[in-house]
Design a protein around this ligand. Structure first.
Ligand SMILES: *[C@@H]1O[C@H](CO)[C@@H](O)[C@H](O)[C@H]1NC(C)=O
Length: 277
């Protein structure tokens, strides 16, 4: 028999009130990377109610409720991959509403990373531009995307581009930037990793200001560069970035001319945050 304190009775009433639109879990399936050192985690969350959590294979994935206000149940729980063998393993996480008995389910698969790629919103970086965010996406042997890379350490380096003979110091044109050195907010785990001098799955890169300062020679420059990182036995992936000089045409809009007429264009450059001609 369950004790029925006024507090529990009140929760029960609230649970009945929300029963009409049933509670939902944030994801149906997650794919977590197998990792020897770090226990990679993912937070499950239900929209309403109060749940008890369990894992059918705690040796593959554990589930830890995040309790608030001394409640005996929770809306959130942290799933951690804890498989000790590098192979594809699965567990089912159940969340049971302690009042209504509603059962929600999330399948957790733990597998090894087979391939990594860098994703970004652009591959072009202007001199003296705002930094560019690069993020790692990882895939299993079937090409499925891992749900998170949070907490895994990567080593990002700017490497010399073999195809680029002319610019022997192309490495110096790009710099991996810490979030703490920038004006941008990273996820909390990145801040934590930066504090211990680690690089995570998300970094910023920017063209080197000091380089531009001493060698203003790159008119209409296009310099491809590579970034590379190593992680366990995975083949390092590369991303090629184009560094362009920030030249603006003024007027910038389309202009229609009569045959035989001409227009004077101004070519402007961004330099130390100012426009020069
Ligand atoms: C989950 O992983 C992140 C990233 O490594 C870490 O900062 C956080 O403390 C972990 N949470 C738990 C509950 O282990």
């Amino acid at each position: 028999m369950r004790r029925c304190t006024p507090v529990v009775a009140m929760w029960g009433l609230m649970a009945l009130m929300v029963l009409a639109d049933a509670s939902k879990l944030n994801v149906p399936k997650i794919l977590l990377p197998f990792s020897r050192g770090n226990k990679i985690n993912f937070t499950l969350e239900v929209t309403e109610g109060c749940y008890k959590w369990s894992s059918t294979r705690p040796d593959v994935a554990t589930v830890q409720p995040i309790y608030v206000n001394d409640k005996p149940c929770s809306q959130k729980a942290v799933v951690k991959a804890c498989a000790t063998h590098p192979m594809r393993l699965a567990s089912i996480i159940f969340a049971e509403d302690i009042f209504t008995g509603q059962l929600l389910r999330c399948d957790v698969i733990v597998d090894i990373i087979n391939d990594i790629q860098v994703v970004s919103t652009t591959r072009e970086l202007y001199l003296e531009d705002s930094p560019l965010k690069l993020k790692i996406q990882a895939f299993d042997s079937e090409g499925n995307t891992f749900s998170t890379m949070a907490g895994l350490a990567f080593e990002w380096t700017v490497v010399k581009d073999a195809e680029l003979d002319g610019f022997s110091d192309s490495q110096n044109m790009l710099r991996v930037l810490k979030f703490s050195e920038s004006a941008y907010v990273p996820p909390a785990y990145i801040t934590e990793m930066e504090r211990t001098a680690q690089q995570g799955d998300i970094i910023l890169v920017r063209s080197r200001r000091e380089y531009v300062w001493y060698k203003p020679v790159f008119e209409g420059l296009v310099v491809p560069l590579c970034l590379q990182w190593r992680f366990q036995e995975i083949t390092p992936a590369e991303v090629r970035l184009l560094i362009l000089e920030n030249i603006l045409l003024n007027p910038a809009s389309d202009i229609y001319l009569l045959v035989g007429s001409s227009i004077h264009y101004k070519v402007q450059k961004m330099k130390q945050g100012k426009l020069t001609e």
